[in-house]
Design a protein around this ligand. Structure first.
Ligand code: ADP
Ligand code: MG
Length: 376
């Protein structure tokens, strides 16, 4: 089963839904290595529809739901196909694809907790001719866990150093931290928004999907009243394990807490950036006080204004991008889903109960087989 030369593909579109990230991964002694990558664009109409649905706007009847699942599946298959073509990799060299899908809802608490990712894995298996592992989060939720974050196990494998306390910070639509203790302990949770609110406000005010380098935020001034109102949200003080998403942190959440409707839009952007930086820095100060280094990954590393402010708030800790340690910050999450697919095929757990709060380690995901090769 575990052919050391086998390649895996990881596919994910995160809460930002900025692109489908595809990573071609080889393994050396069980440690994943990025061989090739591709960021596959979403069709613009589909992206805006998914973003609206993910934040609770608009209804979806069962027929539309079924079609959307298949449509997203085709986009994921396109991403994998492009990755194979661009890297000159035959499908037969790939043991399996780990596909996260697109989260449309994440409600890990309540009487019937659930998390919902779309992107029909059977479509991907059929189109690519490769086994697909998908549905990675629900076993953890069924075991009483948050189903998220799932990155910390890989962060530990790639970035833990005995004797060093570190934090890995993923700046996606949502921010999550992994606290790697000097004693080998691993702990982590979602701190709150990273880019999601910044993207949404920038799109509404400027018609641009994200605030390049954080220049728009840097043109405004932080509004102390708004910042206090946002930071007063109980999510930030909630003890871990905890996870969140776009169904919670969205523009209506912002509107409900904005004290005045007359704020300069650039000041709102500046305040949202400050909210991201402060909520992350205080989560690290509270839950990983020993950390000397914070290693950032995810698209937020390209937001210079955010990185600068985080660097100030985290000092004297050092803030670095994971690229400093040879890890591409834009494809670490896709790498994780290739690793999780391999864990599934090996029958090994993928979650960390210390992170998700699940009752125990669980083998994550289900296998969707590729069509059998036709006899010659
Ligand atoms: N050059 C840039 N300047 C500012 N922000 C950027 C830049 N490049 C990417 N980003 C941010 O990163 C986000 C994507 O990050 P990503 O890690 O893919 O998040 P997710 O996992 O939620 O999809 C974009 O939506 C954008 O906010
Ligand atoms: Mg993304």
């Amino acid at each position: 089963m575990d052919d050391a030369s086998a390649l895996y593909i990881g596919l994910i579109s995160g809460t930002s839904a900025d692109s489908i990230d595809a990573a071609l991964i080889g393994f050396s002694r069980g440690v994943p290595q990025l061989q090739a990558s591709h960021a596959h664009p979403w069709p613009e109409d589909l992206r805006s529809r998914m973003l609206a649905l993910a934040q609770g706007e608009g209804a979806l009847d069962l027929d539309a739901f079924g079609r959307l699942d298949v449509q997203i599946g085709h986009c994921f298959a396109d991403a994998a196909t492009q990755l194979l073509e661009r890297s000159g990799t035959p499908a037969a060299a790939v043991r399996a694809i780990g596909s996260h899908g697109q989260t449309l809802r994440h409600r890990p608490t309540g009487e019937y907790p659930f998390t919902l990712q779309l992107g029909d894995p059977s479509v991907i298996a059929e189109r690519c001719g490769i086994d697909v592992v998908a549905d990675f989060r629900r076993a953890d939720v069924a075991a009483g866990g948050q189903g998220a974050p799932l990155l910390p196990a890989l962060h530990a494998m790639l970035l833990a150093r005995p004797g060093h306390a570190r934090v890995v910070l993923n700046l996606g639509g949502i921010a999550n931290i992994t606290a790697l203790g000097a004693d080998g302990s691993v702990f982590g949770f979602d701190t709150g928004p990273a880019n999601g609110l910044l993207d949404a406000w920038c799109l509404r005010q400027r018609g641009e999907p994200f605030d390049r380098a954080g220049a728009y935020a840097a043109s405004g001034r932080v509004d102390a009243g708004l910042l206090d109102a946002l930071l007063a949200d109980p999510y930030f003080a909630l003890p871990p394990p905890k996870s969140t998403g776009r169904e919670y942190f969205h523009l209506d959440w912002l509107a409900a807490r904005a004290p005045r409707a007359t704020l300069d839009p650039a000041d709102v952007q500046a305040t949202l950036l400050e909210l991201t930086a402060r909520s992350i820095a205080s989560a690290i100060a509270r839950h990983a006080p020993q950390a000397q280094e914070v290693l950032a990954c995810g698209g937020g590393v390209h937001n210079n204004a955010l990185m600068h402010r985080l660097g100030e708030l985290l000092a004297p800790r050092v803030l670095l991008g994971t690229s400093r340690y040879g890890i591409d910050p834009d494809f670490l999450e896709a790498t994780a889903f290739a690793w999780l697919a391999r864990q599934r095929l090996l029958g090994l757990p993928g979650n960390l109960p210390t992170v998700t709060g699940a009752r125990g380690p669980r083998v994550l995901g289900a296998i969707y087989s590729a069509p059998a090769a036709r006899p010659a």
